[in-house]
Design a protein around this ligand. Sequence first.
Ligand code: PMP
Length: 275
Amino acid sequence: NKVYLNGNIVDAEEAKISVFDRGFIFGDGLYEVMVQINGSFFYEKEHLERLQYGLQAINIDFNAAFLKKEIPKLLHAAQLTAIDCMLYIQITRGVAPRQHSFPQQCQPTVMMYAIPKVLPVINEINAKVLTRKDFRWSRCDIKMTSLLGNVMLNEEAMQHECYETILHRNGVYTEASHSNVFFVKEDVVYTHKANEHILNGITRIVVIELCNSLGIPLKEEAIAVEEIEHIDEAFLTGTSTQIASIQQIDDKLLYSENEKGPITKKLQEAFLKLK
Ligand code: PMP
């Protein structure tokens, strides 16, 4: 397997990063995940723009658009050109003596790898999810590599044989540990607005656009924890999750095993046509 590291493409075993890299020491870095389907990256521009947004937010001097030219080189070396695959990109602030504040001179560490991955046509996962308090920080709009909060919250889901953990903060549902969450109530689709309490998922944006083009009423408004009893449908979105129907939230059963809500189904079918 090949890894892109600071402009070079090397075998994975040869890809070495200093233990003083601030990504390792502080989790001071960002990442992106995108998928290549039928020979092109799904919403590549939007993923690179979100990376640029993060770079600016944490003051790392790097032009994400530069990667557009670098990605094909990696895919070529990895023999994944035109093969369905997942691309991981990570940019950290770089190597410097350990001090909290940003170092003056620091060369960002840029790493990418790709692995073959075929996404199911329609995500047939009918997810059981649990809900937990969102104890992460208040800059969830930054797609940072420090994912300990997300990791701990997702682990709870695994311990309970659930697919995901849906998070609530200040009495409202925000997002999930590695996906965004949507609810349907009386034929209106709801999702938390894109602020500092959620990652503005690319799939989230695509689903909002689909609702608009299909004439499905959508509100970027949060659902309160106590409203959960009145929910008709719920689903998760994410790059590899695509659109996954939610079967059960804690003890509340929305659909039985092989069933899903009509709006979820309609959006899944429309999503499929985009690829
Ligand atoms: N929220 C969180 C916390 C995530 O980690 C992800 C996936 N990385 C998402 C939402 C979904 O984002 P996207 O649709 O861009 O994959």
